[in-house]
Design a protein around this ligand. Structure first.
Ligand SMILES: *[C@@H]1O[C@H](CO)[C@@H](O)[C@H](O)[C@H]1NC(C)=O
Ligand SMILES: [Cu+2]
Length: 251
């Protein structure tokens, strides 16, 4: 009796763990960079990814884990040319309602001292709901579900330097119980860009949205909404687009 109870709890926990996900590798140019493949402590070799502890979601917008899912440093970094692409890959992913948001943060110096703190995070890419209803699979996370990959372009005009790139899946399949899945990697951006976003494009993590933000606190089953706005700032794409967005925000 005791055994079977313990067994079913363990089985349940195992099922839970296997039902979530995390970024487990990156493809940049023709190179694949391994991320972490298993739970902490890592059995993987050195990676460009900051280590996450497990596949479980972060459940609070104010949790320190929102930053990089606990990871604070990584041994390696990957070089990517501004205008090039970064593809994140997930070994597994199971939810199909909620947005994908991809963020970057410019490090002041080397990666060791780059803690991701302060109002330095900006979005380079996101996909929320492309067509109603909210209960459909017309979401960014549904693309990750089918492809187990997400490709973003590093803005061509972005200034070179050391950056963190943070992939965030926000799963909304449980009413008013948002689940955040963020992982970070270290990338060295090259090129002749001169721009870095400012003002309304920048935010802190944690802190980019409140728990009651309509993009965070959602009941997809009872809501009559036909559109969805991703939480946080507008996406910064660089060049002219930056100025247009900035003006709209200041108005
Ligand atoms: C990034 O990685 C390269 C090797 O690929 C290394 O030479 C360089 O020092 C690293 N940069 C930082 C800031 O750690
Ligand atoms: Cu899950």
């Amino acid at each position: 009796m005791l055994f079977s109870t313990t067994f079913s709890v363990v089985a349940l926990l195992a099922a839970e763990a296997s039902a979530h996900g995390a970024v487990t590798s990156y493809v940049i140019g023709s190179t694949t960079y391994n991320g972490y493949q298993g739970f902490s402590p890592a059995s993987s070799g050195p990676t460009i990814q900051r280590q996450w502890p497990d596949y479980n979601p972060v459940l609070s917008v104010t949790d320190a884990k929102m930053l990089c899912n606990t990871g604070t440093s990584a041994a390696l970094n990957a070089t990517v040319a501004a205008g090039g692409t970064v593809t994140a890959k997930w070994a597994q992913w199971t939810h199909q309602q909620g947005p994908v948001m991809v963020w970057m943060y410019k490090c002041a110096g080397d990666f060791k001292s780059c803690d991701g703190k302060g109002k330095g995070w900006f979005k380079i890419d996101q996909q929320g709901l492309t067509a109603p209803p909210l209960t459909s699979n017309n979401w960014g996370t549904a693309v990750v579900y089918s492809k187990l990959a997400w490709t973003s372009t590093i803005p061509k005009s972005l200034a070179p330097g050391n950056y963190l790139i943070r992939h965030e899946l926000l799963a909304l399949h449980q009413s008013n119980t948002p689940q955040f899945y963020p992982e970070c990697a270290q990338i060295s951006v090259t090129g002749s860009g001169t721009q870095v976003p400012s003002g309304a494009f920048l935010t802190s993590i944690p802190g980019y949205a409140t728990a009651s933000d309509p993009g965070v606190l959602v009941d997809i089953y009872s809501s009559k909404a036909t559109t969805y706005t991703c939480p946080g700032p507008a996406v910064w794409t660089g060049d002219g687009a930056a100025a247009t967005h900035a003006k709209r925000f200041e108005a």
